[in-house]
Design a protein around this ligand. Structure first.
Ligand code: ADP
Ligand code: ZN
Length: 719
């Protein structure tokens, strides 16, 4: 017997399958998709068995050292999926498989994640022995149970237990226990409204269609997902539900375990590696049939998949920003075809790509335009900070302050968002809010401290920074931002009686803090929840009647063609936290750009209006969804080599890609990082027959070059 084994080497030069002999004594343990240990040069490596055969073209094969797994780690579907991923991302095949697995199951030496066991005892029959009182008590425990846990027997008498074990009257047995347990509460599924019911009915569970559920905040999307999943489960099939990491709160998981009990498994970053290992094996063994998790849960080894749901479809967290650069939405579509089951993507503010596909009929559009039970969306007021900033140096304007006071006096709660996205790298006029944009690409220029210049990261355009603002002619240009601590101080001064809970990366980094804060705010132990993006998503608090946005503009200024889309989406999401119960909600947005369309359309909750406006811009500037984008990053420790190779690559691309717009090379967003210089080339194309072939040749060409590294990112989030 010969096996083909895919191994991982730190060196990028190898992404090949190597043949090994299998000795007779381990023949029966070999299966496709398990891990084995093999000799490789002077070292030993772990790898995945991908082929079993009788014959090899190679002479003098070495033998497999040992078999690592008893259960298959990569099932047939995952093995095929890895090949498709490799083709679509141009990453190595081994990296595609490794990313599918929890650390404990990757083909990597030296991981010491093990199973957890409980110690039990078993009573040996036909004993002839005179027990004392406490010994008898221990023996009686076995009257109804063949196995009793060590802890229980210890409680009776440690010394008697020891005696019984020494006399071999009790024998030890180790039984694995999973690190996570789910409480079955069996709460009922809510009775759906006619709108929700209609959406559920429209989803055909026996076809691999993609649906886009466009439902405003508070329209009851979660209950639609739950109903769809319960239908799938009652057909004997399984389900994956993806949510962005940030909305994977314990509340969400407990809502699912209430309905579905211990048949769920959760996969997310707050779990320890041991917990991930256990959850993964429960899924692999068919002990769980609903997987809820962040991006990587799309690889859950479920059999007989009946639906894939992707909540908050617009979230950029579904794309992995390191190799392999896959998008969980693309993987979902591949798996839905393999399993002949639907994908349902939901959002209040769908990505432009998804909505455009829905309008063209590529995806099926489902729509829930109203909040549950006819509740109104909140009223949105825009505060023009160009005027307010002249009256006061404070970051909280008078109208916002007055509303905060009023809400707190009425014993309701407030959420305040400090929009910090991309916040220190651009330059703005503190007087009028003017930001510098590239004349060619219409994106914000990024500030480079060392050279005191502003640069465009798309085309390379550059200009010096002047103190004087070209718009209002005040000497007020600076790159200063404001943090949550500063706002917290201001609140203490302005509303001294309010209890403020600050939630940002600093205060939530400790395990469990995020959850604790949410539940104490829910219990109304605080009046104001102040935070960054973390407070914008998915939260459902019934007493929140005011949402305030301190600075709507920061996310408009990131050098990214999606900055308007991201801003509209963020403002809509955070607005959606207000007035979710029977109380009327309000939203107050402070902005220097009250006329900007991304902000104006938030006021009227007009997604379609925003979509139409943004699409005309995307069309004019040849951005997605009209064009695809692919980003090439060329990096080297040597400044000259990076620049020379980047220009060479551009020339070769120009020769081979006749239907592609090629921009750059320009300095990458973070040009010099860890002393590595990075250049970027942007490709824009609608249809380019030669694209994958050409890029693949490029990747192969640089594979053995240890001076230059090239990285390819299709449909990138950032560049
Ligand atoms: P979305 O995800 O669309 O923002 P949610 O699923 O969080 O909305 O639902 C908003 C609120 O409405 C939640 O408090 C939820 O419990 C409630 N809800 C949803 N569907 C129903 C229903 N059919 N009957 C009663 N309440 C519902
Ligand atoms: Zn430019």
């Amino acid at each position: 017997m010969i096996v083909g084994v895919l191994v991982e080497l730190a060196n990028k030069t190898l992404d090949r399958i190597f043949d090994y002999k299998v000795d007779d004594n381990i023949k029966n343990d070999i299966k496709i998709g398990i891990r084995v240990e093999v000799p490789f040069g002077k070292q030993t490596l772990e790898g995945f068995v991908l082929h079993i055969k009788d014959y090899s073209d190679v002479d003098n094969l070495k033998s497999v050292i040992r078999v690592i797994d008893s259960d298959v780690v990569l099932n047939k579907e995952l093995i095929e999926l890895g090949k498709v991923m490799k083709e679509n991302t141009l990453a190595t095949l081994i990296s595609c498989y490794q990313v599918m697995l929890p650390r404990a199951l990757k083909a990597k030496k030296k991981n010491n994640i093990t199973k957890k066991y409980d110690t039990y005892y078993k009573l040996v029959k036909n004993i002839d022995y005179k027990f004392n009182l406490s010994q008898q008590k221990i023996i009686d425990c076995f009257n109804n149970n063949p196995l009793v846990k060590r802890d229980e027997l210890l409680k009776i008498s440690p010394s008697s237990l020891k005696t019984l074990v020494n006399k071999k009257i009790l024998v030890e047995e180790k039984i694995e226990h999973y690190r996570i347990e789910y409480n079955k509460k069996n709460s009922n599924i809510k009775v759906l409204t006619p709108t929700q019911e209609k959406v559920v009915e429209e989803v055909n569970l026996n076809r691999s269609d993609v649906y886009l559920l466009h439902g405003v905040t508070g329209s009851g999307k979660t209950e639609v997902y739950i109903k769809l999943i319960s239908k799938v489960i009652s057909n004997g099939k399984t389900a994956i539900m993806l949510v962005p990491e940030i909305s994977l709160t314990p509340q969400m998981i407990s809502r699912f375990s209430e309905v579905f009990g211990s048949r769920i498994a959760a996969i997310h970053s707050a779990l320890s590696e041991g917990e991930k290992y256990d959850e993964w094996r429960r899924i692999n063994r068919g002990e769980a049939d609903i997987v809820i998790g962040a991006r990587s849960a799309i690889f859950a080894p479920l059999n007989n998949l009946g639906i894939i749901i992707i909540d908050e479809e617009h979230s950029d967290s579904y794309k992995q920003d390191t190799n392999p650069r896959y998008n969980a939405k693309d993987i979902a579509i591949v798996r839905s075809k393999t399993n002949n089951c639907p994908v349902v993507m939901g959002s209040a503010t769908p990505s432009l790509e998804a909505f455009a596909r829905a309008k063209k009929g590529v995806y099926k559009l489902l729509s829930m335009p109203n909040r549950i039970n006819g509740k109104d969306l909140p009223d949105v007021t825009l505060i023009d900070m160009n005027i307010e900033a002249k009256k006061s140096k404070l970051h909280i304007s008078t109208p916002l302050l007055n509303s905060i006071k009023e809400v707190i006096d009425n014993n309701n709660q407030v959420i305040l968002l400090l929009n910090r996205r991309g916040y220190s790298s651009f330059v703005t006029c503190k007087n009028c809010g003017y930001t510098f944009k590239c004349p060619n690409c219409d994106i914000t220029l990024t500030y480079h401290k060392t050279s005191n210049t502003l640069r465009c990261h798309y085309c390379g355009y550059g200009t010096k920074v002047y103190k004087e603002c070209p718009e209002c002619h005040e000497e007020a240009v600076s790159n200063l931002g404001v943090g949550t601590e500063k706002i917290e101080e201001e609140l203490k001064e302005l509303v001294p009686n309010a209890k403020v809970l600050r939630m940002d990366f600093d205060t939530t980094s400790r395990k469990g803090m995020h959850e604790k804060m949410i539940s104490s705010f829910k219990k109304h132990e605080y009046d104001i929840l102040l935070g960054t993006q973390i407070v914008a998503k998915g939260l459902d608090f019934e007493n929140v009647t005011l949402v305030g946005v301190i600075n709507a503009d920061t996310s408009l200024n990131i050098p990214d063609f999606r900055s308007s889309e991201n801003t509209f989406s963020l403002l809509s999401q955070v607005s959606g936290r207000s007035g979710r119960s029977n109380k009327k909600g309000n939203v107050i947005i402070q902005t220097f750009n009250p006329e900007h369309y991304a902000i104006k359309y938030t006021k009227t909750h007009d997604y379609i209006g925003f979509y139409n406006h943004e699409m005309t811009i995307r069309k004019a500037l040849k951005y997605p969804p009209y064009y695809y984008i692919c980003y090439l990053k060329i990096s080297s420790k040597d400044y000259d080599i990076a620049s020379i190779e980047a220009n060479k690559i551009k020339k070769s691309l120009e020769r081979n890609l006749k239907n592609t717009i090629i921009l750059g090379p320009s300095v990458a967003n973070i040009f010099k990082m860890n002393n590595i210089y990075r250049y970027g080339i942007i490709l824009k194309y609608k249809y380019e027959e030669n694209l994958y072939k050409t890029l693949n040749i490029l990747v192969e060409h640089y594979r053995n070059n240890n001076k230059v590294n090239i990285d390819i990112d299709f449909n990138p989030n950032h560049f």
